[in-house]
Design a protein around this ligand. Structure first.
Ligand SMILES: NC(=O)c1ccc[n+]([C@@H]2O[C@H](COP(=O)([O-])OP(=O)(O)OC[C@H]3O[C@@H](n4cnc5c(N)ncnc54)[C@H](O)[C@@H]3O)[C@@H](O)[C@H]2O)c1
Length: 350
């Protein structure tokens, strides 16, 4: 048997430690080093039996890991990922892949030039129910996709906003949370070519948006809407509905995405499907309902297993830097549309 892949972690905060929890269950990899200047990192590294470094460049030079997970603050993602790529080390970068599209373009270029893979941590794409939903769409069971409805309506506790940066410009839920939903909509329904949007911030009264309404036009002609707020006592969001993370008490049975096509419709995460026995028979005929079976599997574990195969050169990243950049470009277009009142197209990331 091959020796376990030596994986290093840059940024050992909440998400970095979650990655470690999942990694420690996998026999084919082990944590060899941690790079984090924070005071808590040394004890964490010792607990994991990994070497500890305050500076990630020193870690790359001395520990020479086979693969790296970057889970530090967003504005450091691209610089750290570039250092890994320059050192020839495959990297899993947490979402968002970066903060500015220009820096993301530099990462795309470096990854291609050096032929070093970058996987972006939009882990929901690895959730088996999303894999299944995509399969249903690709099999044509919904026919031509016409309407897409996405909901992200929940309440973050007031204590969440006691951390100052969460109240400051740039840290709103569009970039922090809706980026996941937008990534899934791209993954399931295809590229978005144009958006219109309204945002407001007067429920909580902070600089960041606390509610948003977005209209989406997909390249395949489907039209979508996404409404969101982090200030409403409501049950409709991936977090509360999917059961993916035990930290959110589940609202079983509530959908967060509704996809409707000419031959059928589907709710996510339930994967309930509606269709007519005879296509086109319409509203006087009973609409039949069925449910796709959902295979078991934990998205973060599946993402890590995929990353290990990517680092071993056995698979291409499911979401590379350019793909992650396209999701970021969509968030930017929504922000621009909300600020200007104009319809906006996401910037192209080749
Ligand atoms: N995929 C998901 O669902 C998900 C969920 C939460 C967070 N995230 C992402 O994970 C990243 C980290 O978020 P978090 O909630 O863990 O934040 P956090 O604040 O808990 O952790 C960040 C860590 O990075 C460390 N750090 C700061 N500067 C550093 C540097 N120069 N080099 C190395 N480490 C440094 C900090 O000391 C801290 O330990 C963010 O990009 C966030 O968007 C993703």
């Amino acid at each position: 048997m091959n020796s376990p892949l030596r994986v290093a972690l840059i940024g050992a905060g909440i998400m970095g430690r979650q990655h470690y929890q999942h990694l420690s269950q996998l026999p084919q990899a082990r944590l060899c080093a941690v790079a984090d200047p924070g005071l808590q990192a040394e004890a964490f590294a010792a607990q994991c039996g990994a070497a500890n470094y305050a500076d990630h460049r020193k870690m790359l030079e001395h520990a020479r890991p086979d693969a790296v997970i970057v889970a530090n603050p967003n504005n450091l993602h691209v610089a750290c990922a570039l250092d890994c790529v320059e050192a020839g080390i495959p990297v899993l970068v947490e979402k968002p892949v970066g903060v500015h599209l220009d820096e993301v373009r530099s990462l795309v270029e470096a990854s291609r030039k050096r032929n070093v893979p970058v996987l972006v941590g939009h882990h929901r794409r690895h959730n088996p129910l999303i894999t299944k939903a995509r399969e249903v769409i690709e099999q044509g069971k919904l026919g031509r996709l016409v309407n897409v409805t996405a909901l992200w309506q929940l309440q973050k506790p007031d204590s969440y906003f006691e951390t100052p940066w969460r109240r400051e410009p740039g840290a709103g839920f569009l970039l922090t949370n809706l980026i996941h939903d937008l990534d899934l909509l791209r993954f399931l329904c295809g590229e978005v070519v144009q958006v219109q949007a309204f945002t407001r911030n007067d429920v909580r009264g902070f600089a960041n948006e606390d509610s948003a309404a977005v209209l989406l036009q997909f390249a395949n002609g489907a039209l979508g809407s996404l409404t969101g707020s982090d200030a409403v006592a409501a049950p409709w969001s991936w977090e509360l509905d999917s059961g993916e993370s035990p930290v959110y008490p589940r609202q079983e049975g509530q959908p967060c995405y509704l996809l409707a096509g000419t031959e059928g419709a589907m709710s996510i995460p339930q994967l309930k499907r509606w269709h007519y026995a005879e296509a086109g028979s319409g509203w006087h005929t009973p609409l039949l309902q069925s449910r796709e079976s959902i295979p078991a599997g934990q998205a973060l574990t599946l993402q890590l297993q995929h990353f290990i195969r990517v680092a071993q050169g056995r698979e291409a990243p499911l979401i590379d830097a350019a793909d992650g950049g396209r999701t970021l470009a969509l968030v930017d277009a929504i922000r621009e549309a909300a600020e200007t009142g104009r319809a906006c197209a996401p910037a192209l990331i080749a």
